[in-house]
Design a protein around this ligand. Structure first.
Ligand SMILES: NC(=O)c1ccc[n+]([C@@H]2O[C@H](COP(=O)([O-])OP(=O)(O)OC[C@H]3O[C@@H](n4cnc5c(N)ncnc54)[C@H](OP(=O)(O)O)[C@@H]3O)[C@@H](O)[C@H]2O)c1
Length: 283
């Protein structure tokens, strides 16, 4: 297959590039906004036609949750309008969405069929993108994920490693729980979808296994980084000056993905260990 990967300079896009070496039978076209702006219908159409693309993996997105609150037009353009463009090329699409489509007030892991209630502009635009993609491409596969990190790009893991070295104490919220998800494992999930002989369209939830708070996550990051002289203290969300409200409960039920594709998913701490090995070797 000729596979177009958009947004390939991001966390997931870079992990897709790394993992693509294990699947050399396909031809890959890694693009980011400089090579292919997904909001440009003409450019997308030309690229897909000229390169005989069979499948689009959309890793591009407007991911800055706080900035999106003041920049709704652009967030909507990239996270929603562009999905109608990608979905109308006559080829299959694998797209990534988010736990932010839910209210974050649940108490049990969210299923694909649970009520949608985004509380942020980011969440609203991502949900709109899901709808526009499915309307234009009923064959699409959408993987909703959460708490993504990678050795590429900026993310919570790298920030905490840096702050842990700079400061004596870090105060981190313990009343928001979710599942840290290694983008390399999400990339593997994308390849699982691609390589499964039968195509199973629809919405799926995919994160690593398990649950923790940002506080627990930070303790694990510092321990694996060998940072011992920084105290980590738990605080409530109300003690932290969030610009945009954050979900208290971001746990996704992955049963549908595991059953459909017959796979098991690594535990979050296992993913973190693998990522930290790479980060430690880089420093
Ligand atoms: N990060 C998380 O915690 C998280 C959680 C749940 C779901 N997700 C979803 O997972 C997916 C991957 O996230 P990620 O963390 O890998 O994102 P990321 O690191 O922010 O990467 C997104 C990439 O898309 C590029 N891009 C933006 N606008 C574009 C356009 N118009 N055309 C082409 N490329 C464009 C970005 O470029 P610039 O950097 O120059 O803008 C960036 O390189 C996204 O759909 C995101 O919504 C992420």
């Amino acid at each position: 297959m000729n596979i177009l990967i958009t947004g390939s300079n991001g966390q997931l896009g870079n992990e897709m590039r790394v993992l693509s070496a294990s699947y050399p039978k396909h031809r890959y076209f890694f693009t980011d906004i400089a090579e292919l702006d997904i909001t440009d219908p003409k450019a997308v159409h030309t690229f897909v036609a000229e390169n005989a693309i069979d499948l689009i993996v959309n890793c591009a997105a407007y991911t800055n949750v706080d900035k999106a609150e003041e920049d709704e037009v652009n967030a909507m353009r990239i996270n929603a309008d562009a999905l109608a463009v990608l979905g109308s090329q006559g080829v299959r699409v694998i797209h990534i969405s988010t736990d932010y489509v839910f209210s974050g007030e649940e108490h049990t892991p969210c299923r694909e069929t649970d009520p949608i209630a985004p509380h942020t502009i980011y969440g609203i635009t991502k949900y709109e993108g899901e709808k526009r993609l499915l309307a234009s491409c009923p064959e699409a596969v959408i993987l909703r994920t959460a708490w993504l990190y990678s050795s590429f790009g900026n993310n919570f893991v790298k920030t905490m490693m840096r702050l842990g070295k700079e400061r004596n104490e870090l105060k981190v919220v313990f009343d928001q729980v979710g599942t840290p998800t290694y983008a390399a494992d999400l990339a593997q999930a994308v390849f699982t979808v691609i390589e499964t002989p039968m195509w199973h369209p629809g919405i799926y939830h995919f994160t690593n296994e398990g649950v923790c708070s940002w506080y627990d996550f930070t303790i694990a990051i510092l321990a694996l980084a060998g940072i011992t002289d920084c105290k980590v203290s738990p605080i409530l969300s109300e003690e932290y000056a969030y610009k945009t409200p954050r979900p208290h409960y971001s746990v996704l039920d992955k049963s549908k993905f595991k059953k459909t594709f017959n796979v098991s998913i690594p535990y979050w701490l296992d993913g973190l260990r693998r990522c930290m090995e790479i980060l430690k070797n880089e420093n």
